[in-house]
Design a protein. Structure first.
Length: 159
């Protein structure tokens, strides 16, 4: 941004003798400071996208991309709201709800990372042949009564 200000200052000096400099306080301007027409910017952007070989994307899509990446990168929603010019956090939140589940997951993971954990190791499940007494030993073709033939691999006896 500093380089831009230096360049802008030089351009202003060049045009000041002709009294043709237009002070617009815009970043994207013609060389005399006059603001660019929004249609010109959109047409130029579309042409650059086409020349780059990218899939079709609208200039406005880059606004959403920027906000989405900022939120996923951990930016506060208030900062994104102000940058986008939304009147409230709620508008920003409603617009980017597709990103929020990932933000909630990231927030939950970061919270759980600071919760102290015990250093106890989980006991390994009983291996074949080490079954507790009283448990049925059935052959491969025999199913317990009431079994509908479905897998019960996920079911484990309570410890």
């Amino acid at each position: 941004m500093q380089n831009w200000r230096i360049t802008r200052s030089k351009e202003r000096e060049q045009w000041s003798g002709e009294e043709a400099w237009v002070e617009s306080n815009r970043v994207w301007t013609h060389e005399n400071g006059e603001p660019l027409h929004p249609d010109w910017i959109s047409r130029r952007f579309n042409r650059l996208v086409q020349l780059s070989g990218l899939p079709p994307v609208r200039l406005h899509d880059t606004r959403h991309l920027s906000a989405t990446l900022a939120l996923l990168g951990g930016a506060d929603i208030k900062v994104v709201q102000e940058r986008l010019g939304h009147s409230s956090r709620q508008i920003t939140s409603d617009t980017y709800t597709s990103v929020l589940p990932q933000l909630m997951t990231a927030e939950a993971e970061s919270t759980s990372a600071v919760v102290p954990r015990s250093s106890q190791k989980e006991k390994p499940p009983n291996e074949e042949g080490n079954k507790p007494e009283g448990e049925n030993e059935e052959g491969p073709d025999e199913a317990p009564e009431g079994d509908d033939g479905g897998s019960n691999e996920e079911l484990r006896p309570a410890a």
